[in-house]
Design a protein around this ligand. Structure first.
Ligand SMILES: [Zn+2]
Length: 252
């Protein structure tokens, strides 16, 4: 619907711009409450805790994997050490049972023995390191579990708050819905259609109130004296800055 047709409706006195403005403000409040849900402190906290929890859970699963691998490794060390020990003993008896005939053969045997002993020492060292690593990871898992338990408790507490705030918001919203439908009784279908069409252009608020300082409530700038005068005289006018339809609330 064109602006002029809209003016005709208003001038016919079906309703006032003020009523439509009040209707608009109900919608503004409605949108504010809906937006508050996703920007509320509780909602942000729930998101924060959840994302931190996810990071911890990934770390936890990684640790559980590492611990399983390390446990298997540590369990395997005694057998590896015993095998190594057996090899050394076999080498020792072969070296010193009198069958070695030359010095050259003897030194080759001894070199072989030294290599086996070095490998044994390395295995022992490896065993110690892996055991330490296992203990450290087990401690980390215990600490992490405590942190995650706490996070879960925190999440539940914040969720409780969120739900209670959310139920307050829902009450407000249903109050607004009732107020809106009451108001719709006093607004003609054409006006409502005009309003809904204009809403798109003005982020939901095509109407603006001029205060005593001549400031437009839509864009917060001061209109020219001519513009103010026109609105004052009951001639519909739009804000030169934001284009919203203006009115003056004489009762306020
Ligand atoms: Zn304006």
């Amino acid at each position: 619907m064109r602006f002029k047709e809209f003016l005709t409706i208003f001038q016919n006195g079906v309703t006032s711009v003020k009523t439509l403005f009040e209707y608009q403000q109900l919608e503004v409040a409605e949108r504010g409450i809906i937006a508050e849900r996703d920007t509320s402190h509780e909602f942000m906290e729930m998101r924060r805790i959840k994302s931190e929890f996810i990071v911890n859970k990934q770390r936890y699963l990684q640790l559980i994997n590492d611990i399983a691998a390390l446990t298997a490794m540590v369990k395997n060390f005694p057998q590896q050490l015993a095998m190594q020990q057996e090899k050394i003993e076999a080498e020792q008896s072969a070296t010193y049972d009198g069958s070695v005939s030359s010095m050259k053969a003897l030194s080759a045997r001894e070199a072989q023995l030294a290599a086996l002993e070095e490998k044994l020492a390395h295995l022992e060292e490896e065993k110690t390191l892996r055991k330490e690593e296992l203990l450290q990871k087990q401690a980390e898992v215990t600490a992490l579990k405590e942190i995650m338990d706490q996070q879960y408790q925190d999440f539940l507490a914040v969720k409780q708050l969120y739900l209670s705030e959310q139920s307050k918001r829902e009450q407000l919203l249903s109050g607004l819905t009732v107020a809106k439908s009451d108001m719709e009784q006093r607004i003609s279908a054409e006006e409502l259609a005009w309003f809904n069409e204009q809403k798109e252009r003005f982020q939901g608020s095509p109407l603006a109130k001029l205060d005593a300082n001549h400031v437009c409530s839509g864009c917060h700038t001061m209109v020219t004296p001519i513009c103010y005068k026109r609105v004052m005289q009951g001639m519909s006018s739009t804000c030169e800055n934001c284009g919203r339809t203006l009115f003056i609330d004489e009762e306020s």
